[in-house]
Design a binder for this molecule. Structure first.
Ligand code: TYD
Length: 135
C-alpha cells in the first residue's frame, strides 16, 4: 500500500476567484495546534527527518515540490502542486522535500506545538526506532 495519503478539498470558485477551506476535525484527522509555511526555498532539500509523535498535513499552496515519504521499509513520492490537495504525514514517517519551483510556498498544519525533542534527524536512528531497538 502506498504511503501517499492525499486529502482533496473542494474549491468554492466563482467569477471573483477561488477559495479553499480546511476545517479541523472535519477534513483533518487531528486537532491543529500549529501552522507554518516554507517559502523563498533554495535548491536544497528540506525535511530529512521524522517525528516521534507529530502528525502533519502539507499543502503546496503555490508552485510545486516533490515529497518523499519513507516508513523505514518502503519509500513513495508525490509531487504537490495544488492548494486543494494535502499530503498526510503520520508520525514515524521520514520525509524529504525536493525540486521546489521558484514560486513554491508550502503550508503545513501540525498536530503539536514545535518541539525539537520530537524530531529524529538521523536516518539510522529513525530505522532503529522503527525496529524498536532505540527510544
Ligand atoms: P525544520 O523543521 O528543520 O525545517 P525543514 O523540515 O523544513 O527542513 O526547521 C528549521 C528551523 O526552524 C529549525 O531551527 C527549527 C525552526 N522551527 C521552529 O522554530 N518552529 C517550527 O514550527 C518549525 C517547523 C521549525
Amino acid at each position: 500500500m502506498s504511503l501517499i495519503q492525499l486529502i482533496e478539498l473542494p474549491i468554492f470558485g466563482d467569477g471573483r476567484g477561488d477559495l479553499v477551506s480546511i476545517e479541523a476535525s472535519k477534513h483533518i484527522p487531528f486537532d491543529i495546534k500549529r501552522v507554518y509555511c516554507l517559502f523563498n526555498l533554495a535548491d536544497h532539500p528540506r525535511g530529512m527527518h521524522s517525528h516521534r509523535q507529530l502528525q502533519q498535513l502539507a499543502f503546496c499552496v503555490h508552485g510545486s515540490c516533490r515529497f518523499i515519504l519513507d516508513n523505514g521499509t518502503e519509500r513513495d513520492e508525490v509531487t504537490l502542486s495544488r492548494p486543494t490537495q494535502g499530503l498526510l504525514i503520520g508520525n514515524l514517517i521520514w520525509r524529504e522535500m525536493h525540486d521546489f519551483s521558484d514560486d513554491c510556498v508550502i503550508m503545513v498544519l501540525a498536530s503539536e506545538h514545535y518541539d525539537e525533542s520530537d524530531y529524529i534527524r538521523d536516518y539510522t536512528t529513525f530505522q532503529d526506532v522503527i525496529r524498536g531497538t532505540a527510544g
